[in-house]
Ligand binder design. Structure first.
Ligand code: HEC
Length: 318
C-alpha cells in the first residue's frame, strides 16, 4: 500500500467506526431474525454495556422498567421480583438474568441504582441499568413495553415484563401481577424447555387452586401486600403486621393503606419513623379503592385474632 492509499484506508476505517458507534449498534438482528434493542447502557457499578450483546445474548432473561423514586407500583414489582429471584435460586447469574432498566435515567444514576438494588435484596444476576433517556424510550418501544398515549407521567409507564430465552428465540410478555411462583416456573421450566427445573417445581402444591373462593381481603393481601409483609412470620421488606392493631388506631391504618405517600408528605411522625426504620423502602400507594382497604384490614384483623389464639399458625405465613 502506498502512503496515499494508506491514508484513504485509515480515513474509511475511521468513518466506518464512527457510523457504527453512532447508530449501527442500537438495534441488532438476532439469530431468529428479530430486531433487538442494543443501546449502550450503564449498570449500577458504572460498567458500560451493550444491552443485547452483553446482557441478553444466549441467556434466559427477565426485563422490566422501573424508577427508584416511584411510590406506586415499582416498589411492589421489585419486591415481587426479589421473591422470583429467591425461587429461581442458584441459577440466578448462571443462565437466568434479570434486568431492571430505569425510565428516569437522569435522576437514577448508577450509585442511586446501586443503593436501590441493595435495599431490595437483589443478588447476583440481577442488574439495574441506566442510560440515555431517548435510547431507553426507544428500547421500551422496541420491546413492546411502551403504551402509546397512556404515558402521561412516569407512574403511568407500562408495568409489563418481558421474559424470554434468547437461545431458543421464545419471548413472552407477562403482567407485573403474575404471582412470583408463576414467574419463577416460567423462567426455570417453561423457558428452559422444562429441563433443569430446580426446587420451584416442588412448591407448585402451595399455589392456590381456587382463587375465586378466596375471600376478597385475603386475595388483596396475597396479590398486593404479601411480597413485603407477613402476619406473624417476621419482618420482610416491610414490617410484620401482627401487632398493628395494638400499635396503630383504625383511622391511621386506613389512611396509611389508602395513601402512604400522602402521610409521608404530611410528615406524619409515625410514617417518617417507619420509613427510616425500613431503610427507605417506600410502602407503595396501591390506589386501592376504600372498600378494598376495608376488606384487607378485615382480613388482617381476622388473621391477627387467629394468631393470638394459636401463635403457631404464624409459621405458615412466612
Ligand atoms: C413494596 C413493599 C410493600 C408493599 C407491596 C406493601 N407494603 Fe406495607 N409497608 C411497607 C414498608 C416498607 C412499610 C414501612 C413504612 C415505610 O417504610 O414506608 C410498610 C408499612 C405498612 C404498615 C404499617 C405497619 C406499622 O407497623 O405501623 C401497614 C399497616 C402496611 N404496610 C400494610 C400494607 C398492606 C395492607 C399492603 C397491601 C395492600 C401493603 N402494606 C403493601 C412495604 C410494603
Amino acid at each position: 500500500m502506498n502512503s496515499h492509499s494508506t491514508a484513504k484506508f485509515v480515513f474509511l476505517a475511521i468513518l466506518c467506526a464512527i457510523s457504527l458507534n453512532a447508530k449501527g449498534a442500537d438495534v441488532i438482528r438476532t439469530h431468529y431474525g428479530w430486531s433487538f434493542p442494543n443501546p449502550q447502557l450503564t449498570d449500577q457499578d458504572g460498567n458500560k454495556v451493550r444491552f443485547y450483546e452483553d446482557l441478553v445474548k444466549g441467556k434466559i432473561v427477565l426485563i422490566n422498567f422501573i424508577f427508584t423514586t416511584c411510590d406506586a407500583y415499582c416498589p411492589m414489582d421489585t419486591a415481587r421480583l426479589k421473591k422470583v429471584q429467591d425461587l429461581v435460586g442458584d441459577r440466578m447469574g448462571k443462565d437466568i438474568f434479570f434486568y431492571s432498566v430505569s425510565i428516569d435515567p437522569v435522576a437514577d444514576s448508577p450509585h442511586i441504582l446501586r443503593a436501590y438494588r441493595k435495599r431490595f435484596g437483589a443478588g447476583p444476576g440481577w442488574t439495574f441499568l441506566t442510560g440515555d433517556e431517548a435510547d431507553i424510550t426507544a428500547m421500551r418501544k422496541g420491546l413492546g413495553l411502551y403504551t402509546e398515549g397512556f404515558e402521561k407521567s412516569k407512574s403511568d409507564h407500562s408495568q409489563n415484563i418481558m421474559v424470554g430465552n434468547d437461545s431458543s428465540g421464545e419471548w413472552m410478555r407477562r403482567s407485573n401481577m403474575d404471582k412470583s411462583i408463576v414467574m419463577a416456573k416460567l423462567l426455570t421450566d417453561r423457558l428452559s424447555g422444562w429441563k433443569n427445573s430446580v426446587g420451584v417445581a416442588n412448591d407448585f402444591a402451595k399455589a392456590p387452586t381456587r382463587l375465586k373462593d378466596i375471600p376478597k381481603g385475603q386475595d388483596i393481601f396475597n396479590s398486593r401486600c404479601m411480597d413485603c409483609h407477613t402476619i406473624g412470620g417476621g419482618d420482610g421488606l416491610g414490617p410484620d403486621l401482627k401487632d398493628v392493631f395494638r400499635t396503630r388506631d383504625a383511622a391511621w391504618l386506613k389512611s396509611w393503606i389508602l395513601a402512604p405517600n400522602k402521610m409521608l408528605e404530611a410528615r406524619d411522625p409515625v410514617a417518617v419513623a417507619l420509613l427510616h426504620q425500613f431503610n427507605g423502602v417506600i410502602m407503595p400507594n396501591l390506589s386501592l379503592p376504600e372498600a378494598d382497604v376495608d376488606e384487607v384490614i378485615g382480613f388482617l384483623r381476622s388473621e391477627v385474632t387467629q394468631l393470638d389464639r394459636n401463635p403457631k399458625n404464624g409459621e405458615r405465613k412466612r
